[in-house]
Design a protein around this ligand. Sequence first.
Ligand code: EPZ
Length: 475
Amino acid sequence: MIDRRFLLMNADLIRVYLRKSATFITLSGIVDKFRISGGRALHGRDSISGAKNSALPCMAAALLTPETVTLHNIPYVRDIITQRRLLEDIGATVLTPELRTHKITAAHVELFEAPYELVKTMRASVLALGPLLARFGKAKVSLPGGCAIGTRPIDLHLAGFEKFGAEVKLEAGNVVARAPSDGRLRGADIHFGKVTVTGTENLMMAATLARGYTTLRNAAREPEIVDLADLLNKMGARVNGAGSETIQIEGVESLGGAEHTIIPDRIETGTFIAAAALTQGELEIKDCRPDHLTSVISQLISVGVVIKEVNPTTLQVTCPDGLKAVNVSTAPYPEFPTDMQAQYMVLMTQAQGRSEIVETVFENRFMHASELQRMGAQIQIEGRTAIVDGPTTLNGARVIASDLRASASLVLAGLIARDETLIDRVYHIDRGYEKIEAKLRAVGANIERIIAPVTAAQSSEFNVQVTPTREQAEA
Ligand code: EPZ
């Protein structure tokens, strides 16, 4: 019996292969739910997967060279499938000798485009813009619209490409960019008006092949930026200062192949720390990087979580004395990450006292609050501040996930709620968490994935072509 995840993971390869052989089969679209019976303390050991937010730009970086880029520790998540499909549609080959190893070779690029169908399902598709423009002098990328957590413009990316001398136009919802007449970008001194992670990554990649020097000021400092810079330097680039506010890049004529291992996912690590604390269990979290989580670890220790660094890649987490309310504000790295805000909110529903959570990065990232309120949480939203009173007992309910981290917070709430919680639209969580239900079950959680046939409405939302089951076709 073929593992369903193997089919999902390789659906695109199968689809590409079959499309090429003019036979097209669509896997039936499945909208899964999670059913969780709460109240069990988690005990045991879990291993952290590679970081989605590093794997995505590192895969895009392979477009900078005709040689093979081999990436290890690639997480087994839906966004990676989308990125792989984008690379294959552009003309690169992506081989997976092992599940978490991708060998990407962009020797025969035929299409310089990231189409709407893909960009609308994953904004990070815009990371193709920098490499395509830098290497081929042209690129067309669908302008990503807003998403559940905010308007999320890419004006800072585009302003940067213009500073490199590119002509950037908006045509029919697409960004169409062209390098100067000699086909090569020119190094530039760029100051970001706002810290942007993918903006820094896009311009850093483009600068590697530009003529002359580039300085990126007020750059993002996330560990994923450093990981990408490490890969680029292995490919022959000259990037200095990644991880600081000022990154300097000396452009080179061309880049070569390289082999690189993606860093562990610090947000998945933070999510599992929260799971151990909330369920008052004891977890050993392996294959993580505590040094990428200093602000999260210090914040969680201040609310009462006991976090021991067993070794540089292993944490031990308990929470014997319960939680106390402590305020927090999200901000770019190295401050408390916005991607941990929803999970932190669940912790604060169980903490003694009142806490204020200020979301400074995205303007609409409290969608999970109303679902948590439906489970009995005491939360008030005032603009960009959530005021949480605790501790309150959460009760199981039917809830809907609205985005990746919101869905993680609902899973955490389900783990501690009385009775049963049913979470809809878990495809959001599959975008960035690898087999979360299996990892939680391995340490004692009562969680299962319910595979539900997709309805027509869902299929259009999902952009998935549905092959109706016999029953549906006959219904
Ligand atoms: C990255 O998104 C991450 N995604 C996000 O993780 C993360 O939440 C975010 O950084 C902040 O840490 C990936 O790495 C693929 P930004 P990104 O550009 O790069 C504004 C997850 O859950 N802005 O740093 O898109 C923007 O609107 C995801 O894994 C502009 O105004 O975020 C936001 O308010 C969600 N103009 C702020 O800056 C621009 O041109 C930071 O956004 C760019 C950004």
